[in-house]
Design a protein around this ligand. Structure first.
Ligand code: DP6
Length: 353
């Protein structure tokens, strides 16, 4: 059979940001479906740029034909991951086997910082693929386009599906959030106080070592965790309450939930079998200093953590000068080579080609 896309070629490129969860996704079922709904800030400075060149094949070969370059170099480990991911999504993108693809990807942040790039990279790739499908088939309205890209990003990495939207995104069916879905993220900023739309996130790099447990293995540990069911209920309640605090601009209550979520995530890992302790001594030191600083100065500075030792400091833009002085004077000494990445809430992905 001849190639229905004969002589078609083109290129698309997208920039997609990373995100930081406020209510965490931890535990999944089925094909990348979350056990509880989560919400995140979309970041601005930590992003991936991905371009995909596509040329219709002249042969009848139905194997995927992909050349993948990471930061200008061949990267067999990443290429293998991308190949498997693309094979798994052929049912969603039946055009894939008819093209030769050249994928180029690069991150705005050095990969030795311990920042997970899976969210931004899967989001950027999903946008490129959805864009190609749209160029071939047409017909997706903007909200459908981002919904599909989010669903595809989710199949690559769950949290990636929240990197598609400006300011904040919710992923997972939640009783009080209209249109929320387990299949894809949704934008969530209409009912959010402006203070949160310019929120800062300074990422303190305590260690850039590779994670001792992958997210995939971490999620799987929830299946045998004796606290799993109460955790999923807690996440539901946290999200209900957080939605109200985001609306009112209630910083103290926002911080209370966000910090509790981070510590719960780590507590869940500590009491899994096998158990993992992902905080390092300097993580605890930094958390302690943040709490003291907040109570002494009355500055709304809060922390959150991913599944690792690095600390995200969250604070309003108007407090940036004093918080960043505090970071330089009192916290950088606990970071690996004094490393910190200053980021903030951002407006979501952009098409760059
Ligand atoms: C702790 O999205 O990395 O960052 O779906 O297996 O790729 P996979 O997991 P991933 O898990 C992220 C977990 C988290 C919390 C969060 O981002 O919600």
């Amino acid at each position: 059979m001849s190639n229905p896309f004969k002589n078609i070629q083109g290129e698309t490129a997208w920039r997609a940001p990373s995100n930081i969860a406020l209510v965490k996704y931890w535990g999944k079922y089925g094909i990348q479906l979350p056990k509880n709904a989560s919400i995140s800030f979309t970041l601005n400075n930590a992003f991936t740029e991905t371009s995909v060149k596509y040329v219709a094949k002249t042969t009848d070969d139905k194997q995927l034909d992909i050349n993948f370059f990471f930061e200008g170099q061949e990267n067999p480990k990443f290429a293998d991951k991308i190949q498997k991911f693309l094979e798994s999504i052929i049912p969603h993108f039946p055009f894939l086997p008819y093209f030769s693809l050249e994928i180029n990807s690069s991150n705005s942040f050095p990969h030795s910082t311990g920042i997970a790039s899976s969210a931004s990279s899967m989001a950027a790739l999903a946008l490129c693929l959805t864009d190609i499908e749209n160029a071939l088939d047409g017909g997706l309205r903007p909200h459908e386009f981002f919904e599909k890209a989010s669903m595809i990003a989710r199949l690559g990495s769950g949290s990636a599906c929240r990197s598609l939207f400006p300011y904040l995104s919710v992923w997972g069916k939640h009783t009080t959030i209209p249109f929320s879905s387990n299949e894809h993220g949704i934008p969530f900023h209409d009912t959010v106080h402006p203070v949160f739309k310019t929120f800062k996130d300074a990422i303190l790099i305590v260690s850039s070592d590779e994670k001792s447990v992958s997210s995939r293995a971490g999620h799987a540990l929830m299946d045998g965790n004796p606290f799993a069911e109460s955790r999923y209920q807690q996440a539901e309640t946290h999200l209900t309450n957080l939605v109200g605090y985001l609306k009112d601009g209630n910083l103290d209550k926002f911080g209370e939930i966000v910090e509790n979520e981070a510590l719960t995530l780590h507590a869940l890992m500590m009491c899994s079998t096998p158990s993992y302790m992902l905080m390092l001594p300097n993580t605890l030191k930094i958390i302690d200093l943040i709490k003291n600083y907040r109570s002494e100065k009355g500055v709304p500075l809060y922390f959150t953590l991913d599944a690792g030792p690095n600390v995200h400091l969250l604070y309003p833009e108007e407090n940036a000068a004093e918080v960043e002085t505090f970071i330089r004077e009192s916290l950088l000494m606990y970071c690996e080579q004094g490393k910190v990445i200053y980021d903030q809430v951002g407006k979501g992905p952009v098409k760059i080609k």
